[in-house]
Design a protein. Structure first.
Length: 144
């Protein structure tokens, strides 16, 4: 189904020549798709946004994938508004609509090595035969 929908089934010039399996898939999609009037329901819009932000395995998609999917959906909604299929773009506007969950950048000090542990690690690095001195300086600067 994905390969059919990613192809060019919406090309009206090729529709009469489409194979039977493509026609069957397109009919199934037509029967199981919501009408355009469903975009007037904010709950349906939120449901669509949740779905496009989710991978096929149910986990959250990468940030760039979510952003790209929302851009594509927004372009489709703008097209529908230009064609007077929809009155307004039903997608939320502004940064709060696409903002990721805020996280803190603070480092938990309990997860850092204490000075004795850091000295042991740095000594071990210094003793490495290839580039140990250089890497010792690098990691020492990072630690301190």
């Amino acid at each position: 189904m994905r390969s059919v929908l990613l192809g060019d089934p919406f090309n009206t010039n090729r529709r009469p020549d489409a194979p039977q399996d493509v026609v069957a898939i397109l009919r199934w999609v037509e029967r199981n798709s919501l009408p355009v009037s469903a975009w007037g329901d904010p709950e349906k819009v939120d449901q669509v946004l949740r779905v496009i932000d989710t991978r096929l395995d149910g986990k959250q998609a990468a940030a760039w994938s979510r952003k790209r999917n929302r851009r594509v959906l927004n372009v489709a909604m703008k097209y529908a508004v230009r064609r007077r299929i929809l009155r307004t773009n039903p997608l939320p506007k502004g940064k709060e609509s696409t903002a990721a969950v805020k996280t803190t950048n603070a480092v938990d000090k309990r997860s850092l090595p204490n000075p004795e542990q850091a000295a042991e690690i740095l000594d071990w690095i210094r003793c490495r035969p290839r580039g140990g001195e250089r890497l010792h300086a690098f990691f020492a600067a990072l630690y301190y």
